[in-house]
Design a protein around this ligand. Structure first.
Ligand SMILES: Cc1cc2nc3c(=O)[nH]c(=O)nc-3n(C[C@H](O)[C@H](O)[C@H](O)COP(=O)(O)OP(=O)(O)OC[C@H]3O[C@@H](n4cnc5c(N)ncnc54)[C@H](O)[C@@H]3O)c2cc1C
Length: 412
């Protein structure tokens, strides 16, 4: 071991989970000159593919292909041993061993270093397991199953008007379906973006003919011969449905780590280098990792695509004894009804301090500031160049007042 708790090369790094976090980790390790063995275990049967298109392009047309993250040829060039259809069922940190269940039964995979990249699992509606027509969108199979149900004139009920619900609603509306969204909050996204901006974002649903029912929850689904026919809300409203998409968040995929002794408060607890706290030779990346972002005092677990790639860079740097790369601010985008919403920083740490434009005109910009007047986050619609400038300003701890005078000054 070197001073960084990294293996003396060449060791064997086993990555558990074959999506953005896992794939970016093996790629970053090779780019950083790691010459040891690399094993990528995933419970999926397909070569790794990208998730953001699943609720966007993959739903848009019946023949849209998935976006590959790593082909078999690329894996061969990188000398990564990709093992598909292997579900990790337990981890023994003392023996440095992962137990995996696969097509030939259980096997033990030994590691010098393991990287946990098992991501998150979509939350489902209680009592809907196995009900045909009720879907989450997390995997390629999920997206394909949803897509088969998209057709003009059909009725879609969307449970949860967060990003995935909104993206599905936008795809269903584009297929000329009748769309109803059911949202528990009074204003969609209010917990993340505040009521004012949430209302702006919500306005696009109605502008595109989707119905939005707020302050409502789902009581139960009605079925006929195992197939969903309606959704019943807490106030008794019955919404006929040919397809129901549930977008009520995700939880970190750590079930398989129960009994490992790892700290699992909400995801795998890690330090600034993504090392699992209190354990040697173990890292976590992506949606499953709860970690210390150098810019914030409290630990974060971030379910955003760029975060998984950033984590991978950090782990690769640490394992190869390089300086830790700068950790960018949290960033997420969402495509809805032809608009791209980009969110930078952490709006939830403050309140809306300045708003310009609107969703209706497609030029909404909102900057959030904390109690001291420091800009902490922003929402920018359809203006990636402005987003870059706002990102820089927030990274530099710019005051909201200064931002208003410069970037947000009225045009003309
Ligand atoms: C439909 C959808 C749309 C999204 N759109 C956006 C977007 O527009 N912008 C954005 O910033 N982010 C978006 N995200 C979030 C982004 O895709 C995730 O942050 C990213 O995929 C996280 O990557 P990950 O590798 O950490 O986890 P995951 O992508 O969840 O991958 C984890 C992998 O591990 C596998 N796995 C789990 N448990 C085991 C086990 N026990 N053994 C073996 N393998 C296991 C899983 O099958 C999966 O392949 C979207 C997510 C979804 C689902």
């Amino acid at each position: 071991m070197n001073g960084f708790d990294a293996p003396v090369q060449p060791g064997r790094v086993v990555v558990v989970g074959g999506s953005t976090g896992g794939v970016r980790t093996v790629q970053a390790l090779r780019r950083a000159g790691f010459e040891g063995g690399l094993v990528l275990l995933t419970d999926e049967l397909e070569m790794p593919y990208d998730r953001p298109p699943l609720s966007k392009e993959v739903l848009a047309s019946h023949d849209a292909a998935p976006v590959s993250l790593l082909t078999a040829e690329e894996a061969a060039v990188l000398e990564v041993d990709v093992r598909l259809g292997r579900r990790a069922t337990s981890l023994d940190p003392a023996a440095r061993r992962v137990t995996v269940s696969g097509p030939d039964g259980d096997e033990q995979v030994d590691y010098d270093v393991a990287v946990i990249a098992t991501g998150a699992t979509a939350r489902t509606l209680p009592g809907t397991d196995g009900v045909a027509g009720v879907h989450v969108i997390r995997t390629l199979d999920d997206a394909r199953a949803v897509r088969r149900r998209l057709a003009p004139g059909r009725r879609a009920v969307v449970v949860g008007a967060g990003f995935i619900g909104a993206e599905f609603a936008s795809a269903a509306a584009a297929h000329d379906m009748h769309v109803t969204l059911v949202e528990a909050q009074r204003t969609p996204l209010a917990h993340a973006l505040g009521a004012e901006v949430g209302a702006e974002v919500a306005s696009v649903h109605e502008a595109h003919g989707a119905r939005l029912l707020v302050g409502r929850t789902v009581e139960r689904v009605v079925t006929d011969a195992g197939e969903v026919t309606a959704v019943v809300l807490d106030d008794g409203t019955e919404l006929p449905a040919d397809v129901v998409v549930v977008g009520i968040g995700a939880r970190p995929a750590t079930d398989w780590l129960a009994g490992s002794g790892l700290p699992l408060p909400d995801g795998v607890d890690c330090d600034e280098d993504l090392r699992v706290l209190g354990f040697r030779g173990l890292y976590a990346v992506g949606d499953v990792a709860r970690w210390r972002h150098p810019s914030y005092p409290e630990p974060l677990r971030v379910e955003h695509w760029t975060n998984a790639g950033d984590h991978a860079q950090t782990v690769a740097a640490h394992l190869t004894g390089r300086p830790r790369p700068t950790s960018p601010l949290p960033y997420v985008w969402s495509d809805q009804y032809g608009h791209r919403l980009q969110i930078i920083g952490r709006p939830g740490l403050g309140a809306v301090g300045a708003v310009r434009g609107s969703m209706a005109t497609g030029d909404l910009v909102a900057v959030y500031a904390d109690d001291t007047g420091r800009a902490v986050g922003a929402v920018v619609v359809d203006d990636p160049r402005l987003l870059m400038k706002v990102r820089k300003a927030i990274t530099r701890d710019t005051r909201l007042a200064e931002l208003e005078q410069t970037l947000l000054a009225p045009v003309g």
